[in-house]
Design a protein around this ligand. Structure first.
Ligand code: NAD
Ligand code: ZN
Length: 359
């Protein structure tokens, strides 16, 4: 039984990563929460269509859990959907020892996790991530939904009791979703580990070919980076902010374009290149900007998206970001690959870099 063990303030939980492991869901759920009374599955509708039978049939016929489908997309992280899920939990008769399975990508994990965090003041839940991005969202304990006026504004810390990650299911993921998730993998490498970054650039040159051992190694490594950061700082005061690398501009680009127009990862890719440029300008950091730029472009990312936007508006949006305390724009910069620092950026510098052509 090869798994990572992640430590949160309240408990530790295993992350199992293995092709085909979805067929063993029942036994893993029992391992993660030995004394559970009942299981209820909240599944993304696309994922449900493809894989729900595999999950259900891992349980004995007489104890197959019930499930509900969540419409695909960010719109589902809503108050209305949240209320519906709580109602489902009530109708299912879930009690404090029941387990919710979050079966899907980050959207499902976030709202199913929030449902588990708040139903009866918190019941256990288990993540069964099905996107590449969800390697990031399924560990760390953040759950939540959107307010119509602000993304992820309502939420709770509620770490899962286990993560069952079957990379085989990623094969049906559309190419843009691969790219969206892979940006976070590159981010994890950039903030933690130069050898990992080099390994990625050498071994991952076509996302559509990423599978088997290599995919498994990559997931393990990237999850470990996130877990290390989060374990050191569960409630986001200091170093957890490093996970925001590339996201200050990334979020602004997403909201400038209008949510849903860009994938998160595509916005983050441009944000990371920008943060690298800013690191060079502010810290004189020696960073492999051109290599990184070429690498991301070769994988199909559109870069320098800020050039298509109004710089002043992007700066306004960055100031509004809930992570920019007190109207100051704090950036995660790199002294070198693997050495992030938090630094307040001067507005003139930002404006200059946003408006000027790439050197
Ligand atoms: P998602 O959950 O919307 O999934 C993307 C799309 O892929 C959906 O249309 C879904 O139906 C489809 N899909 C999922 N798995 C599939 C599969 N195996 N085969 C075919 N289609 C599949 O998006 P996401 O990128 O996984 O997650 C984004 C969300 O994650 C955002 O809401 C973001 O706020 C959140 N997030 C949370 C954290 C956290 O720490 N909690 C971190 C990062 C992101
Ligand atoms: Zn992100």
């Amino acid at each position: 039984d090869e798994s990572l063990l992640i430590h949160s303030a309240s408990h530790s939980y295993p992350v199992w990563i293995e092709d085909g492991i979805r067929h063993h869901t029942a036994e893993l759920v029992r391992k993660a929460v030995p004394d559970y009374t009942k299981v209820f599955i909240i599944a993304d509708e696309n994922v449900g269509k493809l894989y729900i039978e595999d999950i259900l049939s891992s349980f004995p016929a007489e104890s197959r859990p019930d499930y509900t489908l969540l419409p695909a997309g960010e719109m589902s992280k809503s108050f209305a959907e949240y209320e519906r899920l709580i109602t489902e939990c009530l109708q299912q008769g879930l009690d404090r020892k029941s387990v919710i399975l979050a079966f899907g990508g980050g959207v499902t994990g976030d709202i199913a996790g929030f449902t588990a965090a708040t139903y009866m003041r918190g019941i256990p839940f288990i993540q069964i991530p099905t996107t590449l991005l969800a390697h990031d969202s399924s560990v760390g304990g953040k759950t939540g939904i959107n307010h119509p006026g602000a993304k992820n504004m309502v939420g709770a810390f509620h770490p899962p009791h286990g993560v069952i990650y079957d990379p085989e299911m990623l094969r049906t993921l559309p190419p843009e979703e691969w790219r969206s998730g892979y940006a976070e993998v590159v981010k994890h490498a950039l903030i933690s580990d130069k050898p990992f970054l080099n390994w990625l650039m050498e071994n991952v040159q076509d996302l559509s070919l990423l599978q088997g051992e290599r995919l498994k190694e990559l997931l393990k490594k990237s999850i470990q980076v996130k877990a290390d950061v989060v374990q050191k700082d569960e409630r986001e005061s200091g170093i957890r902010a490093y996970l925001n690398f590339g996201h200050t501009l990334g979020h602004a680009l997403e909201s400038y374009a209008g949510y849903g127009k860009l994938t998160h990862g595509e916005a983050v890719a441009s944000g990371m290149i920008f943060a690298v440029r800013l690191s060079r300008a502010e810290l004189n950091a020696a960073l492999p900007e051109n290599e990184l730029r070429k690498y991301l472009a070769s994988l199909g990312y559109r870069l320098d998206l800020e050039k298509e936007a109004e710089a002043v508006k992007l700066i306004q949006l960055m100031k509004k970001d809930k992570k920019t305390a007190g109207g100051r724009i704090n950036f995660v910069l790199l002294e070198e690959v693997g050495r992030p620092v938090l630094k307040r950026a001067a507005e003139e510098t930002l404006l200059h870099l946003l408006e000027n052509e790439v050197a």
